[in-house]
Design a protein around this ligand. Structure first.
Ligand code: ADE
Length: 290
């Protein structure tokens, strides 16, 4: 099971957003666990304040270090005690295994992702990398950001969802959690779909069609009705390549660099077809001149 822990001032927003459709089912089936921790619950301020003015002046308020740090420590404590429990459960296994588990407890418990426009831009490769983790903590900022000192203390990864600024980190955290969670085994029903869709291997997905066969005079491509699976696979790959070349030349370049073999094969097939066509023309010509 993969565990997502979200440190936020708006727990209802993320819990509502992430408990719908496929992720709701994944939570119910215990493939993933999602908790939202309200940073405000950890403030020592008696009025529940979590923000203050920035030193040196400047517009807006900043989230203070103390509530963020204490909310993180509460989550970290839970993760560590879960890991200790796992060690205890295996206590009757071999000593070696137990020592291994204890080593894991001593290690830092998990990655802490601060969602910020200043971070590395999130992509499918990053989603795959994060999907290998057992626990991920997402820290969502608000107002003008968070006191630098607590970021230095707890954050392992600074991640952005793109070059634009949102009002807070909750939507970016939800976007990333959705992209990561669907890669966790069991979350998607059809295991195939995570491997063959857009961005796997730097190609966009091929066009797809469903019933009816003709809609507004547009017909489904003939090849898809042929039942020839090898030809359909080939057609889909070509469509993916063409689409990527047209819509995302940057991705196409990456794909092309790692698939030289495809171009060699394609050139060979095309040469063979040209020869065949030429031979046919020649034999037609000699028939005509007889
Ligand atoms: N917070 C505000 N804007 C953001 C963005 N583009 N990515 C991640 N976190 C953010």
């Amino acid at each position: 099971m993969m565990n997502f822990h979200i440190l936020t001032l708006f727990p209802e927003m993320v819990m509502q957003g992430l408990h719908t459709s496929i992720l709701k089912r994944a939570v119910e089936k215990e493939y993933i666990y999602i908790e939202a921790v309200n940073i405000r619950d950890y403030t020592l301020d008696k009025h529940g304040k979590v923000d203050d003015y920035t030193y040196g002046g400047g517009a807006g308020m900043l989230m203070q270090a103390q509530p963020v740090y204490d909310a993180y420590r509460a989550v970290k404590g839970r993760i560590l005690s879960e890991q200790k429990n796992a060690v205890r459960i295996t206590a009757d296994c071999t000593q070696e295994l137990q020592q291994q588990e204890e080593g894991a407890v001593a290690a830092p418990p998990c990655r802490v992702i601060y969602v910020t426009p200043q971070g590395r831009t999130f992509d499918q490769a990053m989603a795959l990398e994060f999907a290998q983790e057992e626990n991920l903590v997402f820290l969502c900022g608000h107002y003008e950001g968070i006191d630098e000192r607590v970021l230095e203390e707890i954050v392992t990864d600074y991640v952005s969802i793109g070059d634009y600024v949102l009002t807070g980190g909750e939507l970016p955290a939800m976007v990333m959690i959705d992209a990561i969670a669907r890669l966790v085994p069991g979350v998607l029903h059809n295991d195939e779909s995570a491997a063959t869709e857009s961005f796997s291997d730097n190609l966009l997905e091929y066009p797809q069609y469903s019933r009816p066969e003709v809609w507004r005079d547009k017909k489904v491509p003939e090849i898809l009705l042929s039942g020839n699976h090898a030809k359909i696979e080939q057609w889909r790959l070509e469509q993916s390549i063409e689409r990527t070349k047209k819509l995302r030349p940057d991705l196409y370049e990456k794909w092309a660099q790692s698939h030289e073999e495809y171009f060699r094969k394609k050139a060979k097939t095309e040469a063979r077809e040209r020869k065949k066509a030429m031979r046919q023309k020649c034999s037609e010509f000699s028939k005509d001149t007889k």
